[in-house]
Design a protein around this ligand. Structure first.
Ligand code: DC
Length: 225
């Protein structure tokens, strides 16, 4: 291929599969922009909880999207998510917000309303987008698509470490139960279920660390590009 036109790399997969860290390291290596689409669903869910909007009220949620004031500011390492100009990094990563995000994300009209918000992240020189439906719905024309998988046991252990490192409390059995329930909801919903795109490369990261997965994915991009 080897042309210089901007392109998209999508990384989809269940929570805790390591796609966020992978997307960050691939974006750094390629010098690309980054879209953490889960953060967008989390920001909407947080706004809904703050405004006392019912997470099952599709119309009210769509209205909320129209007035949503979100931004990502570039920090030293990670980008800082802002909701109504407030840094909400800590509350955004909690399991409560993640669960609310998964509920908000079930509604087709809400997903449609967020489509343009997500697609606007694609700018030169290119984009690495991570989520559940990046390769299937949001960027179906992406040049490279990856689907990251890991067993629920491994994912619960990874999430546990992340939460503890953030100074939050957590229990592995509880995380495993919550993840299983959220996976079921994400996989079985009618609107954009969590599924690998037919043209995605599926990577099992259960026994690989971040460096190994990054090398594998970058190797694939460089071989083909
Ligand atoms: O990746 P995450 O844990 O931050 O995502 C939180 C929830 O948002 C997840 O359970 C499902 C939903 N989500 C989605 O439906 N589609 C995306 N592209 C990203 C996240």
């Amino acid at each position: 291929m080897n042309d210089n036109s901007p392109y998209v790399v999508t990384i989809d997969g269940p929570g805790g599969s390591g796609k966020g860290s992978l997307a960050l390291s691939i974006a750094k290596e390629l010098g690309f922009h980054l879209l953490d689409s889960g953060a967008i669903y989390r920001l909407l869910a947080l706004k809904a909880m703050r405004e006392d909007v019912d997470l099952d009220d599709e119309n009210a949620l769509v209205e909320l999207v129209a007035a949503l004031d979100i931004r990502f500011e570039t920090g030293d390492e990670l980008s800082i998510p802002l909701l109504d100009n407030e840094d909400v990094s800590a509350v955004l990563r909690t399991e409560e917000t993640g669960d609310a995000a998964s509920r908000v994300a079930r509604h087709g009209p809400v997903r449609s309303a967020l489509l343009a918000v997500q697609q606007a992240f694609f700018k030169a020189p290119g984009l690495v987008a991570d989520g559940r439906d990046m390769g299937t719905v949001v960027f179906p024309e992406a040049r490279f698509k990856f689907f990251l998988y890991a067993s629920v046991e491994i994912r619960a252990q990874r999430r546990y470490k992340q939460l503890i490192n953030m100074g939050l409390s957590a229990s592995i059995p509880q995380l495993q139960a919550d993840m299983t329930e959220r996976d079921e909801r994400d996989r079985n919903r009618e609107a954009s279920p969590l599924l690998p795109a037919v043209d995605a490369l599926v990577v099992d990261s259960s026994l690989l660390d971040l460096n190994q997965v990054t090398e594998l994915v970058l190797g694939h991009i460089r071989d083909v590009d």
